[in-house]
Ligand binder design. Structure first.
Ligand code: ATP
Ligand code: MG
Length: 191
């Protein structure tokens, strides 16, 4: 059924958003806010009834941070596949295998194009560490449907990804409460 503005004969409001220019958006850099900015777009797009899907690399499978809790309430799928990799990770082969598996899921979703926005959170690490070939990522992005937005976050975005993107933002670290005052990550701010 078509929605109308005042329930009467005014102009019909389309139920599905009309995405015209699908963008490749990259949030990179040393400062905080890369994932938060992607979540901000998701929040905005959700308000426009976009179909949204978010894939998280690195973060533990089944992570229950604030964003996963909110997404569940808003019915936005966030799929995390990782082992919480840090530079202290012991089993790098497993970390890499999980990233490659997650990439194959992302690739299928990007080429299938069922969603309006797909977010690949922390994907740049998979490229930076050579787990996923940059040419494969760039080729997939170039072959995606014209109206699909893809947002990629994480530090060390490779130049080839920056070259193929439409919108690239570098978060610049000026102050961080951990470095300034030793204040650790907090609920609602970091997770
Ligand atoms: P956010 O998810 O908060 O938007 P981000 O995606 O930009 O952050 P990541 O590189 O994913 O940042 O970093 C993950 C966490 O590391 C963040 O919660 C952030 O607060 C923390 N962090 C970032 N920079 C620093 C720093 N200089 N010192 C300590 N912790 C940091
Ligand atoms: Mg992040």
């Amino acid at each position: 059924m078509t929605q109308t503005k005042n329930g009467g004969s005014s102009r019909p409001i389309p139920r599905r958003p009309r995405v015209r220019h699908g963008l490749v958006i990259v949030n990179t850099g040393e400062g905080k806010g890369k994932t938060t900015a992607a979540l901000g777009v998701i929040f905005r797009a959700w308000g426009r009834d976009f179909q949204i899907r978010m894939f998280q690399f690195i973060k533990h499978t089944g992570a229950r941070f604030g964003e996963q809790r909110a997404a569940q309430k808003l019915n936005i799928p966030i799929e995390s596949l990782g082992d919480g990799f840090t530079w202290l990770s012991k089993d790098m082969d497993r970390t890499e295998a999980l990233a490659v598996e997650q990439w194959h899921r992302c690739k299928d979703a990007i080429l299938e194009g069922k969603e309006d926005i797909i977010v690949l959170d922390e994907f740049t690490y998979a490229l930076h560490y050579g787990w996923v070939p940059v040419v494969d990522a760039v080729d997939t992005l170039q072959r995606r449907p014209d109206d699909l937005h893809v947002i990629i976050t994480g530090r060390y975005a490779p130049q080839e990804l920056i070259d193929c993107a439409d919108l690239v933002t570098e978060m610049k670290l000026i102050k961080h409460p951990y470095e300034e005052k030793g204040i650790r990550a907090q609920q609602g701010i970091e997770f």
